[in-house]
Design a protein around this ligand. Structure first.
Ligand code: PLP
Length: 458
Protein backbone atom coordinates (compact mmCIF):
# COMPACT_ATOMS: atom_id res chain seq x y z
CA UNK A 1 0.00 0.00 0.00
CA UNK A 2 1.05 3.57 -0.55
CA UNK A 3 2.52 5.49 2.37
CA UNK A 4 0.18 7.99 4.04
CA UNK A 5 0.20 11.56 2.76
CA UNK A 6 2.98 13.43 4.52
CA UNK A 7 2.53 17.08 5.32
CA UNK A 8 5.59 19.12 4.45
CA UNK A 9 6.30 22.58 5.78
CA UNK A 10 6.67 24.33 2.47
CA UNK A 11 8.19 27.51 3.85
CA UNK A 12 10.83 25.50 5.67
CA UNK A 13 11.60 23.42 2.56
CA UNK A 14 11.93 26.49 0.36
CA UNK A 15 14.24 28.15 2.88
CA UNK A 16 16.47 25.05 3.00
CA UNK A 17 16.33 24.80 -0.79
CA UNK A 18 17.70 28.32 -1.17
CA UNK A 19 20.23 27.95 1.63
CA UNK A 20 21.75 24.65 0.46
CA UNK A 21 20.47 23.34 -2.85
CA UNK A 22 21.65 24.09 -6.38
CA UNK A 23 19.02 22.44 -8.60
CA UNK A 24 20.11 21.08 -12.01
CA UNK A 25 19.92 23.22 -15.16
CA UNK A 26 18.64 26.21 -13.19
CA UNK A 27 19.10 29.97 -12.92
CA UNK A 28 20.04 30.37 -9.24
CA UNK A 29 19.28 34.07 -9.15
CA UNK A 30 15.78 33.33 -10.39
CA UNK A 31 15.43 30.41 -7.94
CA UNK A 32 15.96 32.94 -5.14
CA UNK A 33 13.79 35.67 -6.69
CA UNK A 34 10.93 33.13 -6.87
CA UNK A 35 11.48 32.22 -3.22
CA UNK A 36 12.84 28.72 -3.88
CA UNK A 37 12.25 25.80 -6.25
CA UNK A 38 8.87 24.32 -7.12
CA UNK A 39 8.59 21.34 -4.80
CA UNK A 40 6.80 18.18 -5.93
CA UNK A 41 5.87 15.80 -3.14
CA UNK A 42 3.72 12.98 -4.56
CA UNK A 43 2.53 11.45 -7.76
CA UNK A 44 0.09 8.85 -8.97
CA UNK A 45 -0.75 7.69 -12.48
CA UNK A 46 -0.24 10.76 -14.69
CA UNK A 47 -0.71 13.33 -11.91
CA UNK A 48 1.87 15.03 -9.71
CA UNK A 49 1.16 17.01 -6.54
CA UNK A 50 3.22 19.92 -5.28
CA UNK A 51 3.96 20.94 -1.71
CA UNK A 52 1.00 23.36 -1.74
CA UNK A 53 -1.30 20.44 -2.55
CA UNK A 54 -1.87 21.57 -6.16
CA UNK A 55 -2.39 18.66 -8.56
CA UNK A 56 -0.99 18.88 -12.09
CA UNK A 57 -1.39 16.57 -15.07
CA UNK A 58 2.22 15.68 -15.82
CA UNK A 59 2.40 16.29 -19.55
CA UNK A 60 6.17 15.74 -19.44
CA UNK A 61 6.40 12.32 -17.71
CA UNK A 62 8.85 13.90 -15.27
CA UNK A 63 11.78 14.67 -17.53
CA UNK A 64 10.58 12.66 -20.56
CA UNK A 65 10.95 9.42 -18.61
CA UNK A 66 8.07 8.13 -16.46
CA UNK A 67 6.66 6.00 -19.27
CA UNK A 68 4.67 3.57 -17.10
CA UNK A 69 3.32 6.37 -14.91
CA UNK A 70 3.70 6.97 -11.19
CA UNK A 71 2.80 4.78 -8.23
CA UNK A 72 3.77 1.34 -9.53
CA UNK A 73 3.93 -0.84 -6.43
CA UNK A 74 5.38 -3.71 -8.44
CA UNK A 75 8.54 -1.72 -9.19
CA UNK A 76 8.92 -0.78 -5.53
CA UNK A 77 8.54 -4.44 -4.56
CA UNK A 78 11.14 -5.60 -7.08
CA UNK A 79 13.62 -2.99 -5.79
CA UNK A 80 12.91 -3.99 -2.17
CA UNK A 81 13.44 -7.69 -2.83
CA UNK A 82 16.58 -7.16 -4.91
CA UNK A 83 18.05 -4.87 -2.26
CA UNK A 84 17.58 -7.57 0.35
CA UNK A 85 18.99 -10.31 -1.89
CA UNK A 86 21.91 -8.37 -3.38
CA UNK A 87 21.62 -4.57 -3.37
CA UNK A 88 24.84 -4.03 -5.24
CA UNK A 89 27.76 -5.72 -6.79
CA UNK A 90 29.93 -4.41 -9.59
CA UNK A 91 30.43 -5.65 -13.13
CA UNK A 92 34.10 -4.68 -13.36
CA UNK A 93 36.76 -7.21 -14.37
CA UNK A 94 34.47 -9.74 -16.02
CA UNK A 95 31.98 -9.94 -13.15
CA UNK A 96 28.19 -10.00 -13.41
CA UNK A 97 25.05 -10.42 -11.33
CA UNK A 98 21.77 -11.94 -12.57
CA UNK A 99 19.68 -8.77 -13.24
CA UNK A 100 21.99 -7.02 -15.75
CA UNK A 101 22.59 -10.28 -17.64
CA UNK A 102 18.86 -10.90 -17.95
CA UNK A 103 18.23 -7.26 -18.84
CA UNK A 104 20.91 -7.32 -21.56
CA UNK A 105 19.19 -10.33 -23.14
CA UNK A 106 15.77 -8.64 -22.92
CA UNK A 107 17.07 -5.44 -24.53
CA UNK A 108 18.80 -7.48 -27.26
CA UNK A 109 15.42 -9.10 -27.98
CA UNK A 110 13.83 -5.66 -28.48
CA UNK A 111 16.73 -4.32 -30.56
CA UNK A 112 16.56 -7.42 -32.78
CA UNK A 113 13.06 -6.36 -33.87
CA UNK A 114 14.76 -3.92 -36.23
CA UNK A 115 18.35 -5.12 -36.29
CA UNK A 116 19.33 -8.65 -35.21
CA UNK A 117 22.94 -7.48 -35.43
CA UNK A 118 22.42 -5.36 -32.29
CA UNK A 119 23.35 -8.16 -29.94
CA UNK A 120 25.13 -6.66 -26.92
CA UNK A 121 24.58 -4.10 -24.19
CA UNK A 122 26.92 -1.97 -22.03
CA UNK A 123 25.33 -0.47 -18.88
CA UNK A 124 25.70 2.98 -17.32
CA UNK A 125 23.54 5.09 -15.02
CA UNK A 126 22.48 8.04 -17.20
CA UNK A 127 21.94 9.09 -20.77
CA UNK A 128 24.99 11.36 -20.60
CA UNK A 129 27.14 8.45 -19.45
CA UNK A 130 25.76 6.28 -22.24
CA UNK A 131 26.90 8.86 -24.78
CA UNK A 132 30.31 9.16 -23.11
CA UNK A 133 30.63 5.38 -23.39
CA UNK A 134 29.72 5.60 -27.08
CA UNK A 135 32.27 8.36 -27.63
CA UNK A 136 35.12 6.24 -26.26
CA UNK A 137 33.89 2.92 -27.65
CA UNK A 138 33.59 4.26 -31.20
CA UNK A 139 37.11 5.69 -31.21
CA UNK A 140 38.47 2.48 -29.63
CA UNK A 141 36.69 0.43 -32.29
CA UNK A 142 38.26 2.37 -35.15
CA UNK A 143 41.67 2.08 -33.49
CA UNK A 144 41.31 -1.69 -33.20
CA UNK A 145 40.10 -1.81 -36.80
CA UNK A 146 43.33 -0.16 -37.90
CA UNK A 147 41.73 3.13 -38.89
CA UNK A 148 42.76 5.32 -35.92
CA UNK A 149 42.39 8.50 -37.97
CA UNK A 150 38.60 8.01 -37.87
CA UNK A 151 37.89 10.17 -34.84
CA UNK A 152 35.37 12.80 -35.95
CA UNK A 153 31.74 12.69 -34.82
CA UNK A 154 29.05 14.42 -36.80
CA UNK A 155 26.13 15.66 -34.74
CA UNK A 156 23.42 18.27 -35.21
CA UNK A 157 22.83 21.81 -34.12
CA UNK A 158 20.43 21.97 -31.18
CA UNK A 159 20.83 18.26 -30.40
CA UNK A 160 20.83 17.20 -26.75
CA UNK A 161 23.12 14.34 -25.78
CA UNK A 162 23.64 15.14 -22.10
CA UNK A 163 25.54 17.35 -19.71
CA UNK A 164 28.87 15.58 -19.29
CA UNK A 165 31.83 16.99 -21.21
CA UNK A 166 31.47 14.55 -24.12
CA UNK A 167 27.66 14.58 -23.94
CA UNK A 168 27.37 18.36 -24.02
CA UNK A 169 30.01 18.54 -26.77
CA UNK A 170 28.17 16.01 -28.91
CA UNK A 171 25.05 18.06 -28.23
CA UNK A 172 24.53 21.09 -30.39
CA UNK A 173 23.33 23.65 -27.86
CA UNK A 174 25.60 26.65 -28.16
CA UNK A 175 24.53 28.06 -24.78
CA UNK A 176 25.84 24.86 -23.21
CA UNK A 177 29.07 25.03 -25.21
CA UNK A 178 29.59 28.55 -23.89
CA UNK A 179 30.04 27.21 -20.34
CA UNK A 180 33.21 25.22 -19.78
CA UNK A 181 34.92 25.81 -23.11
CA UNK A 182 33.06 23.21 -25.15
CA UNK A 183 32.80 21.48 -27.52
CA UNK A 184 35.87 19.28 -27.19
CA UNK A 185 37.71 18.83 -30.50
CA UNK A 186 36.59 16.40 -33.17
CA UNK A 187 32.87 17.14 -33.25
CA UNK A 188 31.11 18.74 -36.22
CA UNK A 189 27.58 20.10 -35.96
CA UNK A 190 25.36 20.12 -39.05
CA UNK A 191 21.81 21.31 -39.83
CA UNK A 192 18.87 19.91 -37.85
CA UNK A 193 15.76 18.67 -39.69
CA UNK A 194 13.58 21.45 -38.27
CA UNK A 195 11.16 22.10 -41.07
CA UNK A 196 8.94 24.66 -39.33
CA UNK A 197 11.87 26.74 -38.09
CA UNK A 198 14.38 26.39 -40.89
CA UNK A 199 12.51 25.19 -43.94
CA UNK A 200 9.35 27.27 -43.66
CA UNK A 201 7.44 27.24 -46.95
CA UNK A 202 9.90 24.77 -48.48
CA UNK A 203 8.61 21.45 -49.77
CA UNK A 204 9.26 18.87 -46.99
CA UNK A 205 10.94 16.39 -49.29
CA UNK A 206 13.22 19.05 -50.77
CA UNK A 207 14.02 20.19 -47.23
CA UNK A 208 14.85 16.62 -46.12
CA UNK A 209 17.21 16.25 -49.10
CA UNK A 210 18.87 19.61 -48.43
CA UNK A 211 19.45 18.87 -44.74
CA UNK A 212 20.68 15.32 -45.37
CA UNK A 213 22.99 16.62 -48.11
CA UNK A 214 24.52 19.02 -45.61
CA UNK A 215 25.77 15.93 -43.76
CA UNK A 216 27.41 14.56 -46.87
CA UNK A 217 28.96 17.95 -47.63
CA UNK A 218 30.44 18.06 -44.13
CA UNK A 219 31.78 14.51 -44.44
CA UNK A 220 33.51 15.49 -47.68
CA UNK A 221 34.86 18.69 -46.14
CA UNK A 222 36.30 16.82 -43.13
CA UNK A 223 37.52 13.91 -45.26
CA UNK A 224 35.47 10.69 -45.15
CA UNK A 225 38.47 8.70 -43.89
CA UNK A 226 38.46 10.84 -40.73
CA UNK A 227 34.78 10.48 -39.86
CA UNK A 228 33.99 7.91 -37.16
CA UNK A 229 30.24 8.25 -36.65
CA UNK A 230 27.04 10.24 -37.06
CA UNK A 231 24.84 10.67 -33.96
CA UNK A 232 21.25 11.86 -33.75
CA UNK A 233 18.05 11.53 -31.77
CA UNK A 234 15.32 9.93 -33.95
CA UNK A 235 13.14 12.86 -32.82
CA UNK A 236 15.10 15.70 -31.20
CA UNK A 237 13.50 16.13 -27.77
CA UNK A 238 15.05 18.91 -25.70
CA UNK A 239 15.79 20.79 -28.93
CA UNK A 240 12.04 21.37 -29.23
CA UNK A 241 10.53 18.08 -30.42
CA UNK A 242 11.92 18.26 -33.92
CA UNK A 243 10.17 15.53 -35.93
CA UNK A 244 12.08 15.02 -39.17
CA UNK A 245 10.39 14.49 -42.54
CA UNK A 246 9.82 10.74 -43.16
CA UNK A 247 12.63 10.38 -45.70
CA UNK A 248 15.31 12.13 -43.60
CA UNK A 249 16.59 9.13 -41.60
CA UNK A 250 16.77 6.69 -44.54
CA UNK A 251 18.77 9.36 -46.41
CA UNK A 252 21.12 9.80 -43.42
CA UNK A 253 21.54 6.04 -43.13
CA UNK A 254 22.43 5.77 -46.84
CA UNK A 255 25.07 8.50 -46.46
CA UNK A 256 26.62 6.74 -43.44
CA UNK A 257 26.76 3.45 -45.36
CA UNK A 258 28.24 5.12 -48.44
CA UNK A 259 31.23 6.36 -46.42
CA UNK A 260 31.47 3.44 -43.95
CA UNK A 261 30.53 5.69 -41.04
CA UNK A 262 28.88 4.28 -37.89
CA UNK A 263 25.27 5.34 -37.32
CA UNK A 264 24.34 6.10 -33.71
CA UNK A 265 20.78 6.72 -32.53
CA UNK A 266 20.40 8.51 -29.22
CA UNK A 267 17.20 6.84 -28.04
CA UNK A 268 17.30 8.29 -24.53
CA UNK A 269 13.86 9.87 -25.05
CA UNK A 270 12.59 7.95 -28.08
CA UNK A 271 13.33 4.48 -26.69
CA UNK A 272 10.86 2.35 -24.73
CA UNK A 273 7.69 3.23 -26.53
CA UNK A 274 7.72 6.99 -26.97
CA UNK A 275 7.24 6.83 -30.76
CA UNK A 276 5.06 3.69 -30.61
CA UNK A 277 7.96 1.25 -31.03
CA UNK A 278 10.48 -0.19 -28.61
CA UNK A 279 13.02 2.14 -30.19
CA UNK A 280 12.35 5.30 -32.14
CA UNK A 281 14.54 4.34 -35.09
CA UNK A 282 12.17 1.41 -35.68
CA UNK A 283 9.54 3.93 -36.75
CA UNK A 284 11.89 5.20 -39.45
CA UNK A 285 12.99 1.73 -40.63
CA UNK A 286 16.72 2.26 -40.18
CA UNK A 287 19.42 0.06 -38.62
CA UNK A 288 21.79 1.93 -36.31
CA UNK A 289 25.12 0.40 -35.28
CA UNK A 290 24.88 1.79 -31.74
CA UNK A 291 22.00 2.98 -29.55
CA UNK A 292 22.02 5.08 -26.38
CA UNK A 293 19.05 4.44 -24.09
CA UNK A 294 18.03 5.58 -20.58
CA UNK A 295 14.93 7.33 -19.14
CA UNK A 296 12.01 5.05 -20.15
CA UNK A 297 14.30 2.06 -19.61
CA UNK A 298 13.33 2.21 -15.92
CA UNK A 299 10.58 4.83 -16.29
CA UNK A 300 12.76 6.97 -14.03
CA UNK A 301 12.14 4.76 -10.97
CA UNK A 302 15.91 4.21 -10.64
CA UNK A 303 18.81 5.58 -12.70
CA UNK A 304 20.03 3.23 -15.41
CA UNK A 305 21.12 3.54 -19.03
CA UNK A 306 22.61 1.35 -21.70
CA UNK A 307 24.45 1.34 -24.98
CA UNK A 308 23.24 -1.16 -27.56
CA UNK A 309 26.20 -2.42 -29.59
CA UNK A 310 26.12 -4.21 -32.92
CA UNK A 311 27.88 -7.45 -33.76
CA UNK A 312 30.35 -5.84 -36.12
CA UNK A 313 31.76 -3.83 -33.21
CA UNK A 314 31.54 -6.70 -30.71
CA UNK A 315 33.31 -9.00 -33.20
CA UNK A 316 36.29 -6.63 -33.38
CA UNK A 317 36.44 -6.40 -29.56
CA UNK A 318 36.34 -10.19 -29.29
CA UNK A 319 38.84 -10.82 -32.02
CA UNK A 320 41.44 -8.29 -30.86
CA UNK A 321 41.01 -8.80 -27.11
CA UNK A 322 42.35 -6.42 -24.48
CA UNK A 323 40.48 -4.45 -21.86
CA UNK A 324 38.03 -1.73 -22.81
CA UNK A 325 39.25 0.45 -19.96
CA UNK A 326 35.92 2.11 -19.35
CA UNK A 327 33.08 1.61 -16.89
CA UNK A 328 31.26 3.07 -13.94
CA UNK A 329 30.85 1.81 -10.37
CA UNK A 330 27.15 1.48 -11.11
CA UNK A 331 27.44 -0.14 -14.56
CA UNK A 332 24.89 -2.95 -14.43
CA UNK A 333 23.65 -2.03 -10.94
CA UNK A 334 21.57 -5.07 -9.94
CA UNK A 335 18.72 -3.18 -8.27
CA UNK A 336 18.39 -0.71 -11.12
CA UNK A 337 18.56 -3.54 -13.66
CA UNK A 338 15.90 -5.55 -11.80
CA UNK A 339 13.59 -2.52 -11.81
CA UNK A 340 14.27 -1.91 -15.50
CA UNK A 341 13.35 -5.53 -16.31
CA UNK A 342 10.12 -5.24 -14.33
CA UNK A 343 9.37 -1.93 -16.04
CA UNK A 344 9.79 -3.56 -19.46
CA UNK A 345 7.53 -6.35 -18.21
CA UNK A 346 4.82 -3.81 -17.40
CA UNK A 347 5.12 -2.31 -20.89
CA UNK A 348 4.77 -5.78 -22.42
CA UNK A 349 1.88 -6.91 -20.21
CA UNK A 350 -0.10 -3.71 -20.68
CA UNK A 351 0.69 -3.41 -24.39
CA UNK A 352 1.85 0.19 -23.86
CA UNK A 353 3.98 0.26 -27.02
CA UNK A 354 1.16 -0.95 -29.26
CA UNK A 355 -1.35 1.32 -27.51
CA UNK A 356 0.91 4.32 -28.16
CA UNK A 357 1.33 3.36 -31.81
CA UNK A 358 -2.30 2.46 -32.56
CA UNK A 359 -4.47 4.34 -30.07
CA UNK A 360 -3.08 7.18 -27.97
CA UNK A 361 -0.44 8.43 -30.44
CA UNK A 362 -2.98 8.87 -33.26
CA UNK A 363 -5.45 10.31 -30.73
CA UNK A 364 -2.94 12.96 -29.62
CA UNK A 365 -2.21 13.86 -33.26
CA UNK A 366 -5.94 14.28 -33.93
CA UNK A 367 -6.53 16.25 -30.73
CA UNK A 368 -3.67 18.63 -31.55
CA UNK A 369 -5.28 19.31 -34.94
CA UNK A 370 -7.94 21.24 -33.01
CA UNK A 371 -5.25 23.84 -32.27
CA UNK A 372 -4.48 24.40 -35.96
CA UNK A 373 -7.16 27.09 -36.19
CA UNK A 374 -5.93 28.98 -33.12
CA UNK A 375 -4.58 32.41 -34.12
CA UNK A 376 -1.34 31.89 -32.16
CA UNK A 377 -0.56 28.41 -33.43
CA UNK A 378 1.88 28.08 -36.31
CA UNK A 379 2.12 24.31 -36.22
CA UNK A 380 1.01 21.51 -33.87
CA UNK A 381 2.95 18.30 -34.48
CA UNK A 382 3.35 14.95 -32.75
CA UNK A 383 4.57 11.40 -33.27
CA UNK A 384 3.57 8.70 -30.83
CA UNK A 385 3.29 10.44 -27.47
CA UNK A 386 5.66 13.34 -28.00
CA UNK A 387 4.56 16.63 -29.47
CA UNK A 388 5.02 20.37 -29.81
CA UNK A 389 2.91 23.43 -30.45
CA UNK A 390 4.71 26.29 -32.23
CA UNK A 391 3.48 29.70 -31.14
CA UNK A 392 3.51 32.57 -33.65
CA UNK A 393 2.34 36.16 -33.72
CA UNK A 394 0.77 35.98 -37.16
CA UNK A 395 -1.17 33.05 -38.53
CA UNK A 396 0.33 31.48 -41.66
CA UNK A 397 3.84 32.67 -40.84
CA UNK A 398 6.58 31.56 -38.48
CA UNK A 399 6.91 35.10 -37.08
CA UNK A 400 7.58 34.89 -33.39
CA UNK A 401 5.16 35.89 -30.65
CA UNK A 402 5.15 39.63 -29.85
CA UNK A 403 8.21 39.89 -32.08
CA UNK A 404 10.53 38.58 -29.37
CA UNK A 405 12.25 35.30 -30.14
CA UNK A 406 12.16 32.67 -27.41
CA UNK A 407 9.57 34.28 -25.14
CA UNK A 408 6.35 32.50 -26.09
CA UNK A 409 7.27 29.06 -24.72
CA UNK A 410 7.94 30.14 -21.13
CA UNK A 411 4.89 32.49 -21.08
CA UNK A 412 2.44 29.81 -22.21
CA UNK A 413 4.12 27.13 -20.08
CA UNK A 414 3.59 29.23 -16.94
CA UNK A 415 -0.07 29.69 -17.88
CA UNK A 416 -0.41 25.92 -18.43
CA UNK A 417 1.07 25.22 -15.00
CA UNK A 418 -1.34 27.73 -13.45
CA UNK A 419 -4.13 25.89 -15.27
CA UNK A 420 -3.05 22.47 -13.92
CA UNK A 421 -0.82 21.10 -16.68
CA UNK A 422 2.94 20.51 -16.50
CA UNK A 423 4.50 21.06 -19.91
CA UNK A 424 7.77 22.59 -21.04
CA UNK A 425 8.30 25.81 -22.94
CA UNK A 426 11.20 25.46 -25.34
CA UNK A 427 11.94 28.72 -27.14
CA UNK A 428 8.67 29.52 -28.92
CA UNK A 429 6.95 26.21 -28.47
CA UNK A 430 5.15 24.19 -25.85
CA UNK A 431 6.30 20.58 -25.78
CA UNK A 432 4.64 17.52 -24.29
CA UNK A 433 5.70 13.97 -23.56
CA UNK A 434 3.13 12.38 -21.22
CA UNK A 435 3.33 8.94 -19.56
CA UNK A 436 2.37 6.15 -21.99
CA UNK A 437 -0.53 5.14 -19.72
CA UNK A 438 -2.36 8.37 -20.52
CA UNK A 439 -6.03 8.01 -21.48
CA UNK A 440 -7.87 9.71 -24.31
CA UNK A 441 -9.73 11.91 -21.80
CA UNK A 442 -6.41 13.01 -20.27
CA UNK A 443 -5.04 13.81 -23.75
CA UNK A 444 -8.09 16.01 -24.29
CA UNK A 445 -7.32 17.67 -20.95
CA UNK A 446 -3.76 18.44 -22.17
CA UNK A 447 -4.95 19.96 -25.44
CA UNK A 448 -7.83 21.88 -23.81
CA UNK A 449 -5.48 23.33 -21.20
CA UNK A 450 -2.97 24.42 -23.85
CA UNK A 451 -5.82 26.08 -25.78
CA UNK A 452 -7.09 27.86 -22.68
CA UNK A 453 -3.56 29.03 -21.85
CA UNK A 454 -3.01 30.29 -25.40
CA UNK A 455 -6.27 32.26 -25.12
CA UNK A 456 -4.98 33.86 -21.93
CA UNK A 457 -1.64 34.69 -23.56
CA UNK A 458 -3.18 36.62 -26.47
N1 PLP B 1 20.26 12.14 -24.73
C1 PLP B 1 19.02 12.62 -24.89
C2 PLP B 1 18.35 12.50 -26.22
C3 PLP B 1 18.35 13.21 -23.81
O1 PLP B 1 17.14 13.73 -23.98
C4 PLP B 1 19.00 13.28 -22.57
C5 PLP B 1 18.34 13.90 -21.40
O2 PLP B 1 17.35 14.58 -21.52
C6 PLP B 1 20.30 12.77 -22.46
C7 PLP B 1 20.89 12.20 -23.54
C8 PLP B 1 21.04 12.85 -21.17
O3 PLP B 1 20.51 11.95 -20.27
P1 PLP B 1 20.79 12.14 -18.70
O4 PLP B 1 20.12 13.40 -18.28
O5 PLP B 1 20.19 10.89 -18.10
O6 PLP B 1 22.25 12.17 -18.52
Amino acid sequence: AKPPVRNYDMNELKKLDMAHHLPAQSDYKLQHELGGSRIITRADGVFITDAEGKSLLDGMAGLWCVNVGYGREELARVAYEQMLELPYYNTFFKTATPPPVKLAAKIAEKMALSNPDLTHVFFNSSGSEANDTIFRLVRYYWELKGEPERTVFISRKNAYHGSTVAGASLGGMTFMHAQGGLPIPGIEHVEQPYHFGEGFGEDEEAFATRVANSIEERILAVGPEKVAAFIGEPVQGAGGVIIPPASYWPKVEAICRKYGILLICDEVICGFGRLGHWFGHQHYGIKPDLIAMAKGMSSGYLPISAVGVSKKIVDVLLEKGGDFVHGYTYSGHPTCAAVSLANIGIMENEGLIERTRDVTGPYLAKALKRLDSHPLVGEARSLGLIGAVEIVSEKGTNKRFKGAEGTAGPIVRDLCIKNGLMVRGIRDSIVMCPPLIITEAEIDQIVDTIEKSLNEAE
